[in-house]
Design a protein around this ligand. Structure first.
Ligand SMILES: [Zn+2]
Length: 163
């Protein structure tokens, strides 16, 4: 099969180059009306099959924007072997529901959905990687609506493009 797409950044580089820029811009305008942001944080391997996968870019955006900067509504609540939580955007008051599951010592994932249907882009961009279990290439192949961004600048422009 084809090799997994070559990433643009490591997680550390994403945290150093992209997170501060996106946080700085978020302070001026939230991303709840950014279809690319909604697409990214909504990534859920269950849309593609049963083999756990996590999208590193989504994990880092959820942890740095939603969990650090939104207002917690519920805090973590255990359910079905994982955890759920609800957060509210402090700028526009949209409610987001997040789900966390851990599948192994090296595989966990968080996925987030807005409670109200917000505009979601048909395709998402990422810069780091989709993490998958060894032998999970078939699952990876099912993902046709996410691709490596052409550049870091294109990725940032997509996330910050609010309707
Ligand atoms: Zn908002």
């Amino acid at each position: 099969m084809d090799n997994p797409p070559k990433p643009l950044l490591t997680p550390k580089e994403f945290s150093e180059r992209i997170v501060p820029e996106l946080v700085r811009r978020w302070e001026n305008h939230c991303y709840c009306r950014s279809p690319k942001f909604i697409k990214l944080v909504s990534f859920n391997f269950e849309d593609y099959g049963n083999s756990p996968m996590s999208l590193i870019d989504a994990e880092l955006m959820i942890s740095n924007i939603i969990f650090k900067r939104f207002e917690p509504v519920s805090g973590w609540v255990s359910s079905n072997g994982g955890s759920d939580r609800v957060d509210r955007c402090p700028q526009c008051a949209e409610i987001f529901q997040s789900r966390y599951d851990q599948y192994s010592i090296s595989m966990d994932r968080t996925t987030t959905r807005p409670r109200n249907p917000l505009p979601r882009a048909p395709t998402g961009d990422y810069t780091v990687a989709i993490h998958y279990f060894r032998g999970g290439e078939e699952s990876l192949r099912q993902i046709k609506d996410f691709r490596v961004a052409d550049s870091v600048e294109v990725f940032i422009a997509g996330i910050t493009n609010v309707e």
